[in-house]
Design a binder for this molecule. Structure first.
Ligand code: G6P
Length: 364
């Protein structure tokens, strides 16, 4: 029941702060600067023996999986990457005994992800689930994992489950990091950031009216780019995915650094770019790329942090709170949900049930 809300997607977006609190509850250990994830069923020795992490998911779960893999690599210094579960099984993957495989899924019923889990298990690999629906097929098949506690999600376009996936990865990264070289001080710094996150999400959601106005302008374009680099690239991918899913506009994600190697040819007054520009070691390079877009008259919407100097460019600027750099991706993602939502609303689409798509894909 969407209650007073005009759609489930809007209801679920607004539920994100409360959902975020649920996934963190009882799992943060401030004293030791770590996380407790009982459902993983791994003692410190086993946790330490992990040499590589491979994340598998589909659609938005795959993109948030990329964010999660970077987080694990950054905090635990374990090589980590994400792959579309729908592709994984078909390339006869090498399964390594000291790799931790992570299957990520809201529904726990996506058949491509389930089959990837079975492929790993058939070859003797260890796989855990990051799943929202308790007792779902993927949760049962994995046996061990992290439940996301986002609550029921109805809209096809995933919002609160995605945010909780990111937070689930943050907890996993903390635990993997703290049995290695992540200091207690860094662990505590992250915990403080995680505790502040629900309120920061609320702050972004409070910008809805301004974002709705921007979205209406973006909805007029036939084609858009979403760009970001490194930590910002999966954010751009997820932003483009949401936008195309519900607005039916062509939205393409690109690494900002790759624009000059091809897509710059398409930039014009008619093709806006939504750029993710966090305050980090790449800000200056990102801003230089924005100048390249502006020089070709490409309209720019920039999702960034307060204090970032955009060099006098004429852009629509959206600031999100800056907690800890590791947590940037999720806060940068929230305004992109609102942009997609309001573009679709402006165009009069059925937001909760976009054409040709299903909430959970249970066929190969
Ligand atoms: C479908 C939905 C997507 C979702 C994907 C994975 O394609 O349309 O929104 O991200 O499945 O779903 P899951 O339940 O595995 O997270």
């Amino acid at each position: 029941d969407a209650g007073d809300h005009e759609s489930f997607m809007r209801k679920e977006m607004l539920e994100q702060p409360a959902a975020a609190e649920r996934v963190l509850r009882g799992r943060l250990d401030e004293r030791f600067g770590t996380a407790h994830l009982g459902g993983l069923e791994m003692d410190p020795r086993e946790t330490r023996a992990v040499r590589r992490v491979k994340v598998l998911g589909c659609g938005s779960a795959y993109y948030v999986g990329q964010m999660g893999a970077s987080l694990i690599e950054e905090l635990a210094r374990i090589p980590a990457d994400a792959e579309a579960a729908s592709e994984f099984r078909y390339r006869d993957p090498v399964i390594e005994p000291d790799t931790l495989y992570v299957a990520v899924s809201q529904s726990g019923e996506t058949v491509d992800t389930l089959l990837a889990v079975q492929e790993i298990q058939r070859k003797g690999g260890r796989v855990i689930g990051l799943v929202n629906v308790v007792g779902s097929a993927i949760a049962r098949e994995c046996g061990a994992g992290i439940y996301l506690h986002a609550g029921p999600e109805v809209a096809v376009a995933s919002t609160k489950a995605l945010t909780n996936m990111f937070l689930g990865f943050s907890l996993l990264a903390l635990q993997l990091g703290r049995v290695r070289d992540l200091s207690v001080a860094d662990g505590r710094r992250l915990i403080a950031g995680l505790q502040a996150l629900p309120a920061a999400v609320e702050e972004v959601l409070a910008q809805e009216d301004a974002l709705a106005a921007v979205a209406q302008r973006l909805a007029e374009a036939e084609s858009l780019f979403f760009v970001g680099r490194v930590r910002g690239f999966p954010v751009a991918r997820e932003g483009a995915q949401k936008f195309k899913e519900i607005s039916y506009r062509h939205a393409e994600a690109y690494q900002t650094s790759e624009l000059k190697h091809g897509p710059l040819a398409l930039i014009s007054e008619e093709v806006p770019t939504v750029a993710v520009v966090p305050d980090d070691e790449l800000t200056e390079r990102n801003v230089a790329a924005l100048h390249e877009i502006a020089a070709r008259k490409g309209p720019l919407v920039v999702v960034t942090h307060p204090g970032v100097d955009l060099g006098g460019l004429d852009v629509v600027r959206i600031d999100v709170p800056h907690l800890e750099r590791e947590l940037d991706p999720i806060l940068l993602t929230i305004p992109l949900q609102l942009l997609a939502y309001h573009a679709a609303k402006h165009l009069g689409h059925d937001i909760d049930k976009p054409r040709n798509l299903a909430k959970s894909v249970t066929v190969e």
